[in-house]
Design a protein around this ligand. Structure first.
Ligand code: PMP
Ligand code: GLU
Length: 389
């Protein structure tokens, strides 16, 4: 009955586990969830106030599909100010979260059989969206030895005449790995002279604890021309529910193609969110973002220390984002039974590594209060000890 496309699509594992944890909690069970990919902070006040003003002023109608000009100008200025990138408003399109930006991008560029190189561990959504658009995800495995980053040599080996795109997430979900300028330059060298696009997902840009964040498109003119920059405010401004994301590209025709698709699917994003997002982009909430970043950094440090102290587990300290990708392969090889039993026995929800393409790990989000983090890790320790016998 269902289309083949839908039959082969998997549900987002991160969302599925987060919903399951919520259900179990609502049914009265003592659940601590570390599965959600969203900040536990409230959206900054200036953003909420801009939204309230928009409602009161009656800014509640359809807008241009790609987003109002004022918003795209604010994005253009943000990209210049923070990332040294020149994109004019016609090189930018706003969508319902970075997720829709990615969906539209793959639909607009990928043809049947086109290959998209995705380093694993990857964010759950990329391979599914590539398959949905008819493409073939080419997964390149990485591990602790390279800090969960694809090496130029691995990239070179994965490229074939069918390669259409490479997806890079910096900082990464689920590992927090951050690509340095030198690493991006080396990736740029491999791609030079090819027609391959680079999709650079920079949604965790503001949550960096070690090292400098560098935008892939800022590396060189060649990289600027091939890179499609994806970003939004879900993570940096605690705006997951508002649904705001954007894409910027040197290629104006690509923006037009995506606009065509969006005009036939969702049209513009919520008009009120557009006004609110402007307040999140103009630099006025930088102090609040910094406050959240510092808090995340302290939680990261404490959580890493506590997890490392558990015999059987190991974790690389992430340079960015708010996840720990914990290696449990010495306790149990497979991540689904591990996470399932942990939830059943200890009421602790984490996302199995296999959802991100890597067996033997779980993802632990530290976007949760410190008390819960301490108690959650205490329970994880008890669980691991019982399994190690
Ligand atoms: N990219 C990455 C790497 C993510 O973790 C997320 C989290 N949801 C997104 C994109 C999408 O974010 P949103 O749709 O909320 O903007
Ligand atoms: N990106 C977040 C996560 O990885 C939100 C859930 C999702 O969109 O898949 O948990």
């Amino acid at each position: 009955m269902f289309s083949k496309r839908i039959e082969q699509l998997s549900e987002s594992m991160t969302i599925a586990i987060t919903s399951l944890a919520k259900e179990l909690k609502a049914s009265g069970r003592d659940i601590l969830s570390f599965s959600a990919g969203e900040p536990d902070f409230d959206t900054p006040k200036a953003i909420k106030e801009a939204a309230i003003r928009a409602i009161e002023e009656g800014f509640t109608k359809y807008t241009p599909v790609e987003g109002i000009r004022e918003l795209r100008e604010a994005i253009s200025q943000k990209l210049k100010r923070d990332n040294g990138l020149d994109y004019d408003p016609d090189q930018i399109i706003v969508s319902n979260g970075a997720k829709q930006s990615l969906f539209n991008l793959f639909q607009a560029l990928i043809d049947q059989g086109d290959e998209v190189i995705i380093p694993a561990p990857y964010w759950v959504t990329y391979p599914e969206l590539v398959k949905y658009s008819g493409g073939v995800p080419v997964i390149v495995e990485t591990d602790e030895l390279t800090g969960f980053k694809i090496t130029p040599q691995q990239l070179e080996e994965a490229i074939t005449p069918r390669t259409k795109m490479v997806v890079l997430t910096t900082p990464s979900n689920p590992t927090g790995a951050l690509y340095s300028r030198e690493e991006l330059e080396a990736i740029g060298k491999v791609l030079e002279g090819s027609q391959i696009f680079l999709c650079s997902d920079e949604i965790y840009e503001k949550l960096v604890y070690e090292g400098e964040f560098v935008s892939s498109a800022s590396i060189s003119e060649d990289m600027y021309n091939r890179t499609i920059t994806i970003n939004g405010l879900s993570k940096s401004a605690a705006m997951t529910g508002w649904r705001f994301g954007y894409l910027a590209t040197a290629n104006r025709e690509l923006v037009k193609a995506m606009k065509k698709l969006q005009s036939q699917s969702t049209s513009n994003i919520n008009s009120i969110t557009q006004k609110a997002a402007i307040a999140g982009l103009d630099g006025s909430i930088d102090g609040e973002i910094e406050m959240m970043r510092r808090e995340f950094k302290e939680r990261r440090d404490e959580a890493v220390e506590l997890l490392e102290a558990i015999d059987g587990l190991s974790v690389l300290k992430p340079a960015g984002a708010f996840y720990l990708f914990v290696n449990h392969s010495r306790v149990e090889r497979e991540s689904i039974p591990f996470a399932k039993e942990l939830l059943e026995r200890e009421g602790v929800a984490v996302v199995p590594g296999i959802g991100f393409g890597s067996e033997g790990y779980f993802r632990f989000s530290f976007a949760t209060d410190r008390e819960s983090i301490r108690e959650g890790i205490r329970r994880i320790g008890r669980f691991v000890r019982s399994k190690m016998g």
